[in-house]
Design a protein around this ligand. Structure first.
Ligand SMILES: Nc1ncnc2c1ncn2[C@@H]1O[C@H](COP(=O)(O)OP(=O)(O)OP(=O)(O)O)[C@@H](O)[C@H]1O
Ligand SMILES: [Mg+2]
Length: 262
């Protein structure tokens, strides 16, 4: 494959229900010492533009492994992951890095902000690394900060912000390149429930209004109830889905999750 065919700013292209992500028969094992852990055993799923999908499962069920593979941070042993028509296993390391930076937004439990930079500077950092022009950096940073409603905190440093605000800075940074696909691995793991609700609602809005696909890993039925659909993993396999008519209600999600996993 030739030099990066990855591009920016195409997330408005295509119809509203187009498929952004295809995970096809993905397996992943880790060898540590003498033993092998089968973290994923044949996982397949599809995600459409504008969908907000939650992934639930017990600790060790393979949730983070799946997010890492979808995000091109690691490669599957078997199977394919296709994001916006790019088979990410077939990209070179450099292409994959560019692809991640330009087309994906990834959010972790830790905010990973630089303490000496302001909120706006933290958001702008990926564009600075990419060598974008000053005016473009400014316009896009302001837009990303607006999307997470942090205009009033743009010049604050991380230590002067709440955990929820810091995570919103990290989300703004993830939105900077107008990604088609946003991945969040336990984004509210460090937050108390008031701030956690704000983040879940924000991710829901990013999917619905931004026409982005958002995939969020969570342990909590309350978080998953913000999603359109919940995928349940157990021992590296998808054991079921909680459908839209059940999603949206934390009690129903919790009950259905219990049924599936017990
Ligand atoms: N880099 C690695 N090296 C060795 N084993 C790993 C590695 N990454 C994950 N595993 C193993 O793969 C399995 C799935 O791990 P994973 O991190 O995907 O689980 P998870 O569902 O995200 O769990 P948690 O809810 O605790 O974050 C676990 O048994 C884990 O120990
Ligand atoms: Mg995990």
């Amino acid at each position: 494959m030739s030099e990066p065919s990855v591009h920016q700013g195409t997330s408005e292209a295509g119809s509203a229900d187009s498929i952004i992500l295809r995970v096809e028969g993905v397996h992943k094992s880790f060898r540590t010492g003498g033993s092998t852990v089968h973290a994923l055993r044949g996982v397949s799923l599809e995600a459409r533009r504008g969908e907000f999908i939650a992934i639930m499962g017990a600790s060790g069920s393979g949730k983070s492994t799946l997010i890492h593979l979808i995000g091109g941070l690691d490669l599957p042993d078997q199977g394919r992951i296709v994001v916006e028509d790019h088979d990410i296993s077939r990209l070179s390391d450099r292409q994959r890095t560019l692809f991640r930076r330009r087309r994906l937004g990834i959010i972790f439990q830790a905010y990973n902000l630089l303490p000496t930079l302001t909120a706006a500077e933290n958001v702008a950092l990926p564009l600075l690394v990419d060598g974008a022009a000053g005016t473009e950096i400014e316009t896009r940073t302001i837009e990303a900060i607006r999307q997470v409603h942090l205009e009033a905190r743009a010049t604050h440093r991380p230590q002067a912000m709440s955990g929820g605000e810091q995570q919103r800075v990290a989300i703004a940074r993830a939105l900077l390149n107008n990604p088609a696909l946003v991945l969040a691995d336990e984004p509210t793991g460090n937050l108390d429930s008031k701030y956690a609700h704000e983040i879940w609602a924000l991710l829901q809005r990013i999917a619905a209004e931004g026409h982005r696909t958002v995939i969020m890993v969570t342990h909590e039925a309350a978080a998953a109830s913000f999603a359109n659909r919940v995928i349940v993993l157990k021992d590296g396999e998808i054991i079921g889905q909680i459908r839209p008519e059940e999603a949206g209600n934390a009690t129903l999600v919790a009950g259905r999750y219990q049924e599936l996993t017990s």
